[in-house]
Design a binder for this molecule. Structure first.
Ligand SMILES: C[S@@+](CC[C@H](N)C(=O)[O-])C[C@H]1O[C@@H](n2cnc3c(N)ncnc32)[C@H](O)[C@@H]1O
Length: 196
């Protein structure tokens, strides 16, 4: 591994992040919440070497797997933080300082009594609007039809986000572990992009 390493130790930083210091260079910043095993981050960082990526993963074992994968890939334009995604947007991301927010295959929590655990809720959209720079983008995907409807409704209720089409063959739809898993299982996937 060259450079400062992929793992971000929050103890070493004062919020909000100074992106140039965190990445050791200036540049466009994109954030992924719920990075899982880090497949999207690895592929995005490889394809877009001029972009800086921060991944946020709450679960220790997924965080560890992603960290190992990204370190092995020698990905110098990625940082990974073990934390809650909403908390990171609220505390660590300076207003209007990122270009794109990615949330792929968020846990659907299908039981009604668990819906409050879902990451998609009005607070997420409010925090995203605070974090995104003008003309920034929010990208999302899910295999869960009912959750897709909830997410669509949340965006429809927030007039500052505008949907923009995402063709099925778009090269920017990068693989994630869950995208591949559900594709193999034959489930239809819903991908969406929203501009602010
Ligand atoms: C179903 S997995 C999808 C992982 C990856 N995005 C993919 O597509 O393969 C959802 C991930 O989001 C993480 N997660 C759930 N809620 C989170 C939160 N509030 N902040 C950060 N990560 C979260 C989970 O730990 C899990 O790794």
């Amino acid at each position: 591994m060259t450079g400062p390493g992929v793992a971000v130790d929050p103890i070493a930083w004062d919020p909000p992040f100074d992106w140039s210091c965190l990445f050791g260079r200036a540049g466009r910043v994109e954030v992924e919440l719920g990075s899982g095993k880090g497949m999207f981050l690895k592929e995005a960082a490889r394809r877009n070497s001029e972009t800086n990526y921060l991944g946020v993963e709450r679960a220790g074992r997924y965080y560890q797997t992603a960290l190992e994968r990204l370190t092995r890939a020698d990905a110098t334009n990625v940082r990974l933080l073990r934390a809650d995604g909403l908390g990171v947007l609220a505390r660590w991301v300076a207003p209007h300082s990122i270009s794109c927010l990615h949330v792929y295959f968020p846990d659907p929590w299908p039981k009604k009594r668990h819906h409050k655990r879902r990451i998609f809720r009005p607070a997420l959209l409010a925090l995203a609007l605070r974090a995104l720079a003008p003309a920034g983008e929010f990208r999302v995907a899910t295999d869960h039809a009912a959750y897709a409807e909830v997410i669509r409704d949340l965006f429809a209720d927030e007039s500052r986000f505008m949907p923009c089409p995402w063709g099925s063959d778009d090269a920017e739809r990068l693989p994630t572990n869950y995208a591949l898993k559900w594709e193999r299982a034959g489930r239809p996937l819903w991908w969406a992009r929203y501009h602010c």
